[in-house]
Design a protein around this ligand. Structure first.
Ligand code: FAD
Length: 370
């Protein structure tokens, strides 16, 4: 006898939103996740009073009002605004590229002066052959050398001359003194952490953690009428057509009990090639910031290192080049032939989605079942 309407593999945002929607409509759901916790990559763990973003810094931002209203049912959001700092050889610059950055680079004070300085720096090319030529064409020498080159090479593990030009389509210069990284009207961090937000979504839903699909389904083949699978699509088919590739990340997190404020900002990017990490995250500044934050003793900092991905490691960023997209499309054909199994989420769809996009996808996806 089938027990549930839905077996949902993965307690990340896609799985949790789907389960929440289905449960609200009276369907029965079982959510399983092989990790020891819910919330997928958005997982935060409260340690010594600080919510640590275990799989990389997560800042919620969206221009989708319906998604914003949806998440606000499950968490209150603070008014955090992402304003990263770039550090290059002990020089500090505001990001994204704005009037503050231009002042720091060239002492320009007005938009006209900044535009003239950029124009003066540009090395124009009609058809840039690689990322270096493209960046020099769009931004000129100083911005490329100090703020783009080293960071990009660390991220991709390759020289900018070997990277395609179209990785950078345009550079969002802002000719105002505005350090807000995102253009979206809604932004913040879920107060109390994203794990709490996902737990609220999953209220009334049965959840089993430390539970891997392959073993579970062997023992419970009839557990549900329909399966929603948010794990990696190639893994589901036991890599029979080959492995999809990812960029991986390594996080080194350290608790500093005797330091209350390590870097004065949540995100500091290290843009020089010689420093192996791309950024340092200081987690307490996502929530205990400015004059309104609760003072918390000690601090957590995470050094983030990009890395080559190997099977068995956590897949972070899909590499959506032609080769991998072709392979994904072949897996997608196999997936479409499956009876009563549907694939969703960043791993099931082999796409990078921000949290708001994955929530929108899951809401839309559920509509097809409702
Ligand atoms: P996941 O969160 O990966 O959830 C999938 C779950 O499925 C996992 O928990 C996994 O354990 C489980 N699973 C997989 N296979 C199996 C199996 N066989 N059996 C059982 N369980 C399985 N978004 C933003 O909006 N803002 C940010 O600042 C931001 N920062 C990010 C930083 C980093 C480093 C990364 C990698 C992503 C970031 N994102 C950010 C994106 C965000 O993480 C995703 O939008 C979101 O996590 C996707 O949710 P998901 O449910 O699709 O996938």
């Amino acid at each position: 006898m089938k027990k549930y309407n839905y077996l949902i593999v993965g307690a990340g945002l896609f799985g949790a939103v789907f389960a929440q929607q289905a449960t609200a409509q009276g369907k029965t759901c079982l959510v399983i996740d092989r990790r020891q916790h819910i919330a997928g990559n958005a997982y935060t763990e409260n340690i010594h009073g600080i919510n640590v973003h275990k799989y990389g810094a997560h800042i919620f931002h969206t221009s989708n009002k319906a998604v914003w209203d949806y998440v606000n049912q499950f968490a209150e959001f603070n008014n955090y605004v992402n304003s990263p700092i770039a550090r290059y050889k002990n020089e500090l610059y505001n990001l994204p590229f704005n009037m503050n950055t231009f002042y720091q680079l060239w002492r320009t004070a007005t938009p006209a002066e900044a535009q003239a300085a950029i124009e003066n720096q540009r090395i124009k090319k009609e058809n840039p052959a690689n990322l270096e030529e493209q960046a020099l064409n769009l931004a000129g020498t100083d911005i490329y050398e100090k703020l783009i080159k080293g960071y990009t090479e660390k991220q991709w593990g390759r020289d900018c001359k070997q990277l395609p030009a179209d990785i950078i389509k345009r550079l969002p210069f802002r000719f105002t003194y505005d350090n807000n990284y995102f253009n979206d009207p809604y932004q913040g961090i879920a107060k109390g952490g994203y794990t709490q937000m996902v737990a609220n979504m999953l209220k009334g839903v049965e959840v089993k953690t430390s539970c891997s699909y392959v073993e579970f389904i062997k023992d419970n083949p009839q557990i549900a009428e329909t399966t929603i699978y948010t794990g990696a699509i190639d893994e589901f088919f036991d890599y029979k057509l080959g492995k999809l590739e990812y960029r991986a990340l390594k996080f080194e997190t350290e608790y500093k009990p005797d330091c209350d404020n390590f870097q004065g900002n949540a995100v500091v990017n290290y843009t020089e090639r010689e420093i192996p990490y791309t950024r340092i995250i200081e987690h307490k500044h996502f929530e205990q910031f400015g004059t309104f934050g609760e003072p918390v003793k000690g601090t957590f900092v995470t050094h983030e290192y990009p890395a080559e991905w190997q099977k068995g490691q956590e897949p972070y960023y899909p590499i959506n080049d032609d080769k991998n997209n072709d392979l994904y499309n072949q897996y997608k054909k196999l997936a479409d032939q499956q009876k009563n199994i549907f694939f969703g989420g960043r791993l099931g769809m082999y796409s990078y989605f921000d949290m708001d996009k994955v929530i929108a996808k899951a809401l839309e996806f559920y509509k097809d079942f409702a």
